[in-house]
Design a protein around this ligand. Structure first.
Ligand code: BTN
Length: 226
């Protein structure tokens, strides 16, 4: 796949959209000036972090495959972190934590035509050596903070790019989940619920039990510390 390295850009995801001419590409940047997070939030993207977007095009791929795209990105990040001695955990759906703190976030922007996915842009922001804002210090971490050494962002980048080109499946994804059977807090548009997390099904839904009922959750924010 074509790989492009930028010094600074507003957002690697937005850049992919602007240059899209049907070619698959991986774009990385050392810094983003308007990094985007999920739910319309901004994503602080200082120098020292790794900001990557993978843009892929599909012809005959059903939308249900979107979960597989997400899985592959999360597992690629986890494998990369393990190579540097870290012990990553996936927080459903697509955050990666180390020591209970978020080290990587993923913003996936898919385009559909009918029941098919036509384009997927997987944006990954990984904290490597970047300083974390003071207000995030309780909930975020970086490779440098965990390993207490500055490691080469280039080395992390190259390994992540290699891993992103592999295909992974749900069993690889579940290897990084250590919280099945535990209580989680689900934050949804209509309120917050406590539930016991049981599984992630083959469609990517979080399977939970609350008040004796099994629920299949497609969208929520999950807090693992309750
Ligand atoms: C989140 O945790 O809210 C998701 C953060 C996703 C950040 C990445 S960095 C590369 C790509 N470009 C963006 O503007 N966002 C994603």
């Amino acid at each position: 796949m074509k790989i492009l390295e930028l010094e600074e850009i507003d957002s690697t995801n937005d850049y992919c959209k602007r240059i899209d001419c049907g070619e698959d590409i991986i774009v990385t940047a050392h810094k983003q000036t308007a990094g985007k997070g999920t739910k319309g939030r901004s994503f602080v993207s200082e120098d020292g972090g790794l900001y990557v977007s993978v843009m892929r095009h599909f012809a005959e791929t059903e939308s249900v495959e979107t979960f597989k795209i997400m899985i592959s990105a999360c597992v690629a990040v986890c494998h990369t972190l393990e190579s540097f001695g870290l012990k990553p955990v996936i927080r459903w759906a697509n955050d990666v934590l180390v020591d209970g703190k978020k080290i990587c976030g993923t913003l996936i922007e898919n385009t559909f035509f009918g029941s098919k996915i036509t384009r997927s842009i997987v944006g990954i922001g990984l904290n490597v050596n970047n300083e974390l804002p003071e207000e995030l210090s309780e909930i975020a971490t970086s490779i440098r903070r965990v390993t207490k050494t500055s490691i080469s962002v280039r080395e992390v980048r190259n390994l992540l790019i290699k891993n992103l080109q592999n295909d992974y499946d749900i069993s690889d994804y579940k290897k990084y989940i250590n919280w099945f059977g535990q209580k989680v807090l689900l934050k949804r548009s209509d309120g917050e619920y406590s539930a016991t997390a049981l599984d992630v099904d083959n469609e990517g839904r979080l399977v939970c039990e609350a008040d004796g009922k099994i629920q299949y959750i497609s969208s929520a924010e999950v807090s693992l510390k309750i």
